[in-house]
Design a protein around this ligand. Structure first.
Ligand code: NDP
Length: 517
């Protein structure tokens, strides 16, 4: 079957949940490289979203009853399906998001790895266990388990349209929840493909993972639909709106928001490796990476060598939609304006602007931006303070790594970051003191590829965690149970207790804890 036929099937399959709602409005998703229509999708209104969530609620009960092993088996079928159709999905990602095939394959690979980890670790992380009851309840057994929330709503962005939402979807499903996913209006075909793949791979729990499509109003309807939790990934301004909407129904939220990640290049760093990592971390996916490197602070000892190396490497980069292109277009045309604005802002403030050698007049269209290095831009400039989300990298000279850390930590964002130094102790120390949820030493973005590590930020980068054991627990509620094993002669939790009982307790507590000062 050709890709176009596949997409028609996918569109129809995703609309399987939709047609029944008689949603009349539709919207097109387009290829950012050519403007060609990739697919036509329904705009789900409030009724349609509510109905989808109701269906998911029914499915959630059955899905939870399958237990960890039953779900593991089905999640394995899903990841097998994705792995066998990786090329087909990467072609769709290339067409709808614009990124090169190799990047799409990498993204899908990461998503599959997380699916495997989440399914494989859910039982041991969340399953029922006995915990010590402690002195005051010594005659009781105490149990802890992490129960699913029911239906989890997932709202995702367009920049990593497979990997990013899967960080919530895989972990929420493995924890025993059903999921309703609202992909970005810029990548609905990919979201619909993922849900259609689920229906095909896991037919006996088809409604455990569904997709609704549309714009912000569809996302807002999902927030109001009575889901057990809303996992949001996107920008901080939209995150605030989502939180406000979820507050109406006291729906808990997970916020995975933007970043302004920094790299610190210390005196003893491998400058060539640091430059290579910074350029890739900043420019891959056209810089549209939440954990992309946007700022570098290089010590005065390495600054000149680092700048020379980065600018040399950047010269060779070329955006395009062909197989040799190093990165693709801006997926969302309006983002190009933001990136140009930051570059102009940096230049106006006295920063030096160095572009790659590729001739912009040969770029396929205006959605393709030249790789751009911004040197010594003032710290209060928009290009340093706000998320640029484009193929730019600022490099600033600092006295030493301590000054670099200080400047890194002044950002309102705190998602990821990177440190380059040959000293293990220094690297780990700087990483620990960096105000971010994640830091890689002597590499970039590596933490995202370690399924056991939690992913998430601080400050304007959000709160809550996907991935790892914390990511599994994020989609559960802790349930505490005690069971009395035998009755004590004196029950402290009874109006019938003698006064001497609490006197005795006070004496014991005095002996046990009173000596601590
Ligand atoms: P947006 O914040 O614009 O949108 C994110 C999602 O929210 C989209 O699906 C969008 O739908 C939806 N949405 C928009 N308005 C509302 C609303 N009022 N109520 C509910 N949902 C709404 O982000 P982008 O899609 O532009 O993604 C880029 C941003 O995501 C960057 O800031 C990036 O750093 C961040 N990001 C963070 C990650 C992390 O893990 N921390 C990972 C990846 C990206 P629609 O598209 O239809 O408007």
């Amino acid at each position: 079957m050709s890709l176009a036929e596949q997409l028609d099937t996918v569109t129809a399959a995703s609309a399987g949940t939709v047609d029944r709602h008689a949603t009349t409005q539709t919207f097109e998703s387009t290829n950012p490289a050519t403007g060609a229509v990739v697919g036509v999708f329904p705009v789900h209104d409030t009724d349609a979203v509510t109905e989808t969530v109701e269906r998911a609620r029914a499915a959630a009960t059955q899905w939870a009853e399958l237990g960890f092993d039953g779900r593991k088996e089905r999640l394995a079928a899903y990841r097998g399906y994705l792995a066998r159709r990786m090329n087909e999905l990467s072609e769709l990602v290339h067409r709808e998001n614009g990124k090169p095939h190799g990047d799409a394959i990498l993204e899908i690979t990461l998503a599959i790895d997380h699916l495997a980890w989440a399914a494989g670790h859910a039982g041991r992380t969340l399953g029922r266990r006995r915990v010590r009851a402690g002195m005051l309840a010594a005659n009781h057994a105490a149990y802890l388990e992490y129960q699913p929330l029911g239906v989890v709503g997932v709202i995702g962005p367009w920049n990593y349209p497979v990997f990013t939402p899967m960080g919530s979807i895989a972990y929420a499903l493995a924890a025993g929840n059903a999921v309703v996913f609202k992909p970005s209006e810029h990548t609905p075909a990919i979201g619909a493909w993922l849900a259609a793949a689920w229906r095909a791979a896991v037919p006996d729990a088809a409604d455990a993972f569904q997709v609704v499509t549309g714009f912000g109003e569809t996302g807002a309807a999902l927030c109001r639909a009575g889901v057990g939790k809303l996992a949001f990934t996107g920008s901080a301004p939209t995150g605030r709106k989502v939180m406000a909407t979820c507050a109406e129904t006291l729906t808990p939220v997970l916020m995975e928001l933007g970043g302004k990640d920094a790299m610190i290049v210390d005196d003893d760093a491998d400058v060539v490796a640091a430059a290579d990592a910074a350029v890739w971390g900043a420019m891959s996916n056209a810089g549209q990476t939440c954990i992309g490197i946007e700022r570098v602070y290089a010590t005065s000892k390495v600054y000149d060598r680092f700048v020379a190396e980065v600018t040399e490497q950047v010269r060779k980069l070329r955006p395009g939609s062909d197989d040799e292109a190093t990165y693709g277009p801006m997926t969302m045309a309006s983002q190009g304006g933001v990136v140009r604005g930051h570059i102009e802002g940096a230049a106006t403030a006295g920063g030096r602007v160095v572009r790659g050698d590729a001739d912009p007049s040969l770029f396929p269209n205006e959605n393709y931006l030249a790789p751009t290095v911004l040197l010594d831009v003032p710290e209060d400039n928009v290009a340093i303070r706000e998320e640029t989300f484009g193929p730019t990298l600022s490099i600033t000279k600092v006295r030493d790594a301590e000054e670099a850390l200080e400047l890194t930590n002044t950002s309102a964002h705190g998602l990821g970051g990177s440190v380059f130094t040959k000293s293990k102790a220094r690297g780990l120390d700087l990483a620990r003191r960096m105000r971010s949820g994640m830091t890689s030493v002597n590499s970039v973005l590596t933490f995202a590829s370690v399924p056991a590590l939690p992913f998430g930020g601080v400050g304007d980068s959000g709160f809550g965690r996907i991935h790892g054991e914390d990511g599994l627990k994020e989609f559960t509620r802790a349930k505490a149970i005690t069971r009395q094993r035998y009755a004590l002669p004196v029950n402290l939790m009874s109006f019938g207790r003698p006064a001497s009982a609490t006197d005795a307790v006070a004496r014991v507590m005095g002996m046990l804890h009173g000596r601590h000062r």
